[in-house]
Design a binder for this molecule. Structure first.
Ligand SMILES: [Cu+2]
Length: 146
């Protein structure tokens, strides 16, 4: 009887000890283009924090322009279109991956070679900025596992 009471009483406490979700970005990498004058593509995962925010922009010091895109199939043709401000719901996981959402990096610094670490800066509507260092890989290289 006593045990059951204790266990029931402890459950809500255990739930409370879970750390609140933090707005964060991980699993990032940049795939360079085989043709250096053509855009590179960045992939990453954005985790929502305790409240809904909007991703306003992602920039990098190694490219002149960066745009969020979404890949889609239109009448059997692979296409992509720019996506504007991107909502990041509280506690959500937002995967930018090949075949789906991605960041296009235009006019890359031609000095950036595979293996180089590059900075991506994510700016959110709550005035939070997150810098993420990501590896660059060659056009045909497999995605990093972590
Ligand atoms: Cu694109």
């Amino acid at each position: 009887m006593f045990c059951r009471f204790v266990c029931v009483a402890l459950l809500p406490l255990a739930a409370c000890t879970q750390p609140p979700p933090a707005l964060s970005v991980d699993k990032g990498y940049i795939r360079l283009n085989a043709v250096p004058s053509r855009p590179a593509v960045a992939y990453f995962t954005i985790h929502g924090g305790t409240s809904d925010v909007t991703l306003l922009s992602v920039t990098s010091p190694v490219s002149v322009k960066a745009e969020l895109h979404e890949s889609m199939n239109h009448a059997g043709m692979a296409m992509m279109k720019p996506i504007g401000d991107f909502p990041i719901r509280a506690g959500s996981t937002n995967v930018f991956a090949p075949g789906g959402k991605h960041l296009m990096l235009f006019d890359m610094n031609p000095g950036i070679k595979p293996g180089r670490a590059v900075k991506l800066t994510f700016t959110f509507s709550n005035n939070q900025r997150i810098d993420l260092g990501v590896p660059t890989i060659a056009a045909g290289a497999p995605a990093p596992t972590e």
